[in-house]
Ligand binder design. Sequence first.
Ligand code: SF4
Ligand code: SF4
Length: 472
Amino acid sequence: MYDPKSMKAEDFINDAEIQETIAWAESHKEDAELIDAVIAKAKLLKGLSHREAALLLMCTLEDRNQEIFHLAKEIKRKFYGDRIVMFAPLYLSNYCVNGCVYCPYHAKNRHIPRKKLTQDEIRAEVIALQDMGHKRLALETGEDPVNCPIDYVLESIKTIYSIKHRNGAIRRVNVNIAATTVENYRKLKEAGIGTYILFQETYNKKSYEELHPTGPKSDYAYHTEAHDRAMQGGIDDVGFGVLFGLNLYKYDFVGLLMHAEHMEAVFGVGPHTISVPRICPADDIDPGDFDNSISDAIFEKIVACIRVAVPYTGMIISTRESQKVREAVLNLGISQISGGSRTSVGGYVHPESEGESSAQFDVSDHRTLDEVVAWLMELGYVPSFCTACYREGRTGDRFMSLCKAGQIQNCCLPNALMTLKEYLMDYASDRTRAIGEPLIGKQLAGITNEKVLSVVRDRLKRIEEGERDFRF
Ligand code: SF4
Ligand code: SF4
């Protein structure tokens, strides 16, 4: 039985309910009246149920689809303005005991070089990241209790936060590690992590078990219930993700939204972020082996429908996607992107050439962070290095209630402009600075509160004089 309040994976991600939802949405995909009613509900900005969102995803009426895209853009603008939050992944270790068939780190891959960074190597990687201008990291490791135990991850987080190179600092460490125990989540919380991110890969149990034949990750229920344990361990912000291309996208889209409903029903707060990776090439991995891969057009529709269904949830896209695809989905709902990423262990200090790669996947967007920042600004976006909420204790339900009350935006733009100013002063090329300074001037007009505006002006000046780390 489908039950969003149940703590059992097979109840809150209920296969029969997903199948029925898909069948129902398919049978109404040209039902203009019903689709209009759902679009009207979406305009209230309170989100949609998984059934309603599935109907929009499957809608085949061209004019309604244009409306859905238009609405996604409007919601994106209303909640996120022009801001795009920047982050980078940091791979600590690629030892892994699991057998995920789509990932080159799977245990049976004997030719990929296995690496685990020492604390000194982490220091060097973090300095390289700070020197690029990054303030927010997503920590990545494979699962290996012997080679990469939780104590190693905790020690690494401590190391990362302790490094202050020139004006650099990593101010938020999000963590993407394997499903673990409540006790370990508590330790991660105490170590000061931001969001705990765990991708479901696919919500289809049968397909999940085929894709994960061996190792602890093969336990579907343990994996699917991990975010619940993270919340029970005190982590307020959790991130979801599906690896599109592994299974039928309609199934995973519905599963993703049911998972969000479960979090709302049990903890009163939905996922902080949703990531939308697609399967891509890597050592030992050919995306052609996966026959559920999705076109760019479907990918864009998925992004738009997620944006409309969960307006308060941040959406993340990585450098797996090309510049072209990233550009297309930015205004449909993406609020965070990575830039200048290396997806190999130690890759920021020692970039690997293609062919000798220990990377988890091939990056499609090879530009430097400076190039990505300049590109975003040329498109009219404001790259933001803001990490304020987590540091001000605005997490979990506190964050969501501020967000739903529209209050969060009073902080976001000022923080984005101040952190962008820091970036321009400390790391940007002359060209990027020349684009950024007038952009900040123009964006100041978007701060309507006179008092806030005057504080921001003062702080921008103080950043020019050498002060750092202001935030609202
Ligand atoms: S996806 Fe994660 S758990 Fe699976 S093989 Fe890769 S690193 Fe290991
Ligand atoms: S103020 Fe909070 S919500 Fe806004 S960009 Fe900063 S961290 Fe994100």
